[in-house]
Design a protein around this ligand. Structure first.
Ligand SMILES: N[C@@H](CCC[C@H](N)C(=O)O)C(=O)O
Length: 278
């Protein structure tokens, strides 16, 4: 077997290892994902994007390519908004898709994307659905929030205090009856004129510097609390800025997507990573 190709990329500093695997041959175990994403014993990333043909997985999609997304802990998630942008960037830069509009398959369904000449990418994120309310507890402090489904689960809490003051190093508590499969937790300040500032604690990762589905959830929740279901916002996250539009039944996410490096994984490391925390 030849070496296993990888790339490293990020969207507003939500960073990913990309594994081109058109025919779906890689044995991508949770252990290998966790080892790749480990910032000491691996390459380091918030998640892995396996680039595989939808037909190779037998997945129904209008797009040729399927984003097989994994969280840093090895768990599988339905959708990753920043990941789709980086995935689309890779397809265009590698000549696997033409710049402009095309569709990427994901576990949450097809996601039409537009890759712009300035290297930014817009993703049609599907509906952001308000599903109720719940509470999260951060370092002993309860915060009520709005639950939002963006293909994956979110709980958005709007704070009066600056979100910069939150300690998100530990997993915040949440209601496991409401979120049996876990939840991404967004903490938001309203900046006026619809602009938001956000920090996020991601399911399966921990605090990250950006979360695309999280920014869509945050805007949908802010609009809901303001008594409406449509609007456009900038969202400032630690890793940069994205623009989100929400309409009834659909949302878009626009922001940068960069590729940083490409190389080959060491075969002995890959083999050992499949079985234990090497
Ligand atoms: N960073 C992503 C979301 C990745 C999945 C999430 N951690 C989950 O488990 O649902 C994004 O940009 O949307």
């Amino acid at each position: 077997m030849g070496g296993i190709e990888f790339l490293k990329g990020h969207g507003t500093q939500n960073d990913f290892v990309l594994l081109p695997d058109p025919a779906g041959r890689l044995d991508l175990t949770p252990e290998r994902v966790a080892a790749l994403c480990d910032r000491q014993r691996g390459l380091g990333a918030d998640g892995v994007l396996r680039v595989v043909r939808a037909s190779a997985l037998g997945v129904e999609s209008d797009g040729e390519w399927f984003m097989d997304y994994r969280n840093a802990d090895g768990s599988i998630a339905e959708m990753c908004g920043n990941g789709v942008r980086v995935f689309a960037r890779y397809l265009v830069d590698s000549g696997l898709a033409a710049q402009g509009e095309f569709t990427v398959g994901s576990r949450a369904g097809d996601r039409p994307v537009t890759v712009h000449p300035d290297r930014s990418v817009t993703v049609h994120m599907g509906p952001a659905t308000i599903t109720g309310t719940s509470v999260t507890v951060v370092a002993g402090r309860p915060f009520s929030g709005v639950a939002v489904d963006v293909g994956n689960p979110h709980l958005v809490s709007v704070l009066n205090d600056d979100v910069a003051g939150l300690d998100l190093r530990e997993q915040p508590d949440f209601d496991h009856d409401v979120f049996p499969a876990g939840v991404n937790l967004e903490f938001v300040n309203l900046l006026g004129d619809g602009a938001l500032r956000m920090r996020v604690h991601e399911r399966g990762v921990g605090e990250t510097r950006a979360c695309g589905t999280g920014t869509v959830a945050a805007v949908a929740a802010a609009l809901h609390l303001a008594g409406t279901d449509a609007g456009e916002s900038t969202v400032d996250i630690p890793g940069g800025r994205v623009v989100v539009t929400v309409e009834r039944g659909s949302a878009t996410l626009s922001g940068p997507a960069e590729l940083v490096a490409r190389g080959e994984l060491d075969e002995a490391w890959w083999a050992a990573a499949g079985s234990s925390a090497s």
